[in-house]
Design a protein around this ligand. Structure first.
Ligand SMILES: C[S@@+](CC[C@H](N)C(=O)[O-])C[C@H]1O[C@@H](n2cnc3c(N)ncnc32)[C@H](O)[C@@H]1O
Length: 311
């Protein structure tokens, strides 16, 4: 697998160490099929300098507009955000950012609510247990592979009990549409994917977007790579990954995770694992994934399972 430090159309992955604007300058217009990111929220995390909200939005506007130029006409942008907090009042960042995307002509397809059960405990308001993903497309002709991300039906054997189709299955045998409320555990200290990065999103959250919104061989881009979660989700499904990270320590983590994935040793929480339910028996938490050898145009996906387990 070819990993490049600068953008090369022939590379399989591009990990740029530095400000994402430097990498975006190198990407030709219309190259990217999917942009998925979780930007800094301007809340004083170790990797960001807190600024006035207006200034933060101006900075985001510049990056988003360059991302949109680099996006293919059939492509999608997924911007994953939570809240900015100012004098104890919350500002939902998706609400603040929406006008930027709208002014660039993008179309909002879903506002996906990502729910999780763990996080800070608040005493003066209800504890925050969700964030959102704004999914926009550049045009009305966009890639959407619904069948690749269907989830099990609640009543899979349900049949018509009257009418011309009596006795036939009334639900899609491939499963149901996952909807726009996704319950996926966040990456806290006991999560199998946790690294030294303070704010990772889980691989399975990005996997669903990669599978639904791209084809094998497409470019998936993350301007704020962090620990490289977007790149991992793209590469394990045979897509090309590109992104930038400004903190050298996190860039090392990205390289380590990609290397482990290539060796079949990166443990991730599988997409099909049910959320932990204390009333049910507990299964092992993770499976290692391996990025297969590159095919002339695609990657081969090789999911190596622990001995004795079947897909
Ligand atoms: C919320 S974190 C992303 C975490 C990532 N989604 C993951 O799962 O690991 C945002 C990241 O953006 C990086 N960052 C901030 N400003 C940047 C910039 N201008 N260019 C590139 N990276 C930047 C920060 O260092 C931080 O690691």
């Amino acid at each position: 697998m070819k990993i490049s430090k600068a953008f090369r159309a022939s590379a399989d992955a591009v990990v740029y160490e530095g400000d994402c604007r430097g990498l975006l300058e190198q990407i030709p217009r219309g190259t990217l099929q999917l942009i998925v990111t979780s930007p800094p929220y301007n809340i004083g995390k170790p990797y960001e300098k807190r600024m006035r909200l207006e200034q933060y939005l101006e900075q985001q506007q510049k990056i988003i507009s360059r991302c949109v130029e680099a996006l293919d006409m059939r492509g999608s942008v997924c911007w994953q955000v939570g809240n900015y907090v100012e004098q104890n009042a919350i500002v939902p960042l998706d609400v603040a950012l929406y006008p930027i995307f709208k002014s660039l002509g993008l179309k909002l397809r879903n506002r996906i609510v990502w729910c999780f059960e763990h996080g800070l405990h608040c005493s003066k308001r209800f504890s925050g247990r969700h964030e959102t993903i704004l999914w926009f497309t550049k045009s009305d002709r966009y890639t959407f592979n619904l069948d690749d991300v269907r989830v099990p039906q609640k009543y899979p054997m349900k049949k018509y009990f009257k009418g011309p189709r009596i006795g036939q299955y009334s639900c899609n045998p491939l499963g149901k549409n996952p909807g726009d409320v996704w319950i996926i555990p966040n990456v806290k200290h006991n999560h199998v994917e946790k690294t030294a990065h303070p704010c990772q999103f889980p691989v399975e959250l990005v996997e669903r977007l990669v599978l639904a919104l791209t084809k094998p061989g497409d470019w998936v881009f993350d301007p704020f790579l962090g620990a490289g979660t977007t790149a991992i989700a793209a590469l394990i499904h045979g897509r090309k990954a590109a992104g930038a990270e400004i903190v050298p320590e996190y860039v090392k983590i990205i390289h380590q995770r990609v290397r482990l994935a290539r060796q079949g040793q990166l443990r991730i929480r599988p997409m099909d694992r049910p959320v932990y339910d204390a009333s049910k028996p507990y299964e092992s938490k993770a499976k290692p994934v391996r990025i297969g050898p590159p095919h002339p145009t695609l990657f081969e996906v090789d999911l190596t399972l622990p001995a004795g387990r079947a897909l």
